[in-house]
Write a protein that binds this ligand. Structure first.
Ligand SMILES: [Zn+2]
Length: 277
């Protein structure tokens, strides 16, 4: 019964007479709303936690929880879009995430990533520069420049991807630790970054293989080569000719088997290298 009452009361106010005020109020409302909603949208990825995202954007965990009405802060659904209020736009261009291992110190991580303790402390709001719990992810700033050049000088065409596959010879389901790139026999292959040759020789699986060690815990491996031009211990610059591609070892035809390893674990090279270029 109170609804018609309220309606007639509103009509009696004759609000349309005050339209200039209403327009002003509406504009003000929109401006305030805009300011309030400054921030960034973030799509949740596998392994993300609120604290990881909060660290990344240098905002508090509470602000993310409140803005998105998250009830259970441990549960985040992959691909869910969440709003980060007052996200620092500078930090959206992130560096590289490093998962702390047992016994790591900030200064060791700084040295191995060619950065400084101060930068790590600042980028991660660290309380102490000494102790870091194993498993914590920390941001290594200024690492977006980590770039692996094309290991050849031809457009990269992938003929076999990284990950599980049925092996073309054995037909067994096996993990493929690199990418196979189309390459005629005798195509020059180049060091993707500055580094040191740590392996250059024969392997029954990889055939003739070259492995180059780079800074930041990275290695690149080039397999099934026909001729190797470098020696173990040799320092190479990015773009140095390492070898010619081939068909040696356990291989069905000429191609380049290319791997990127981080702390001796293979990673998908597509995270670092653009195909087709
Ligand atoms: Zn391969």
């Amino acid at each position: 019964m109170c609804q018609p009452d309220l309606f007639s009361r509103i009509l009696n106010l004759r609000l349309w007479r005050h339209w200039p005020y209403l327009v002003c109020a509406a504009i003000l409302f929109l401006i305030v709303g805009q300011v309030h909603s400054s921030g960034a949208w973030y799509r949740v990825r596998s392994g993300d936690t609120i604290s990881h995202i909060a660290q990344k954007y240098r905002v508090s965990q509470e602000s993310i929880i409140n803005a998105n009405r998250i009830r259970n802060d441990r549960r985040l659904y992959i691909d869910k879009k969440i709003f980060i209020p007052n996200a620092n736009p500078i930090l959206k261009t992130d560096g590289l995430w490093y998962q702390v291992r047992r016994g790591d110190t900030v200064s060791e991580i700084a040295v191995s990533h060619k950065t400084t303790v101060g930068k790590l402390v600042l980028a991660n709001n660290l309380q102490s520069a000494d102790h870091l719990p194993a498993g914590q992810k920390i941001l290594i700033p200024d690492q977006s420049s980590i770039h692996f050049r094309n290991p050849m000088k031809i457009p990269l065409v992938m003929t076999s991807k990284y990950g599980y596959r049925n092996h073309p010879i054995s037909r067994m389901r096996k993990f493929h630790h690199g990418i196979d790139f189309r390459a005629r026999k005798g195509t020059r292959t180049y060091a993707c970054r500055d580094g040191k040759v740590v392996r250059a020789g024969w392997d029954p699986g990889y055939g003739n293989i070259v492995v180059v060690e780079h800074s930041g815990g990275y290695k690149t491996a080039y397999g099934h080569l026909s001729i190797i031009y470098v020696k173990v211990g040799q320092k190479v610059k990015k773009g140095h000719v390492l070898a010619l591609t081939g068909n040696s070892g356990y291989s069905t035809g000429p191609h380049l088997h290319f791997e990127i390893r981080r702390y001796n674990k293979s990673v998908d090279p597509r995270r670092y290298i653009k195909l087709g270029s």
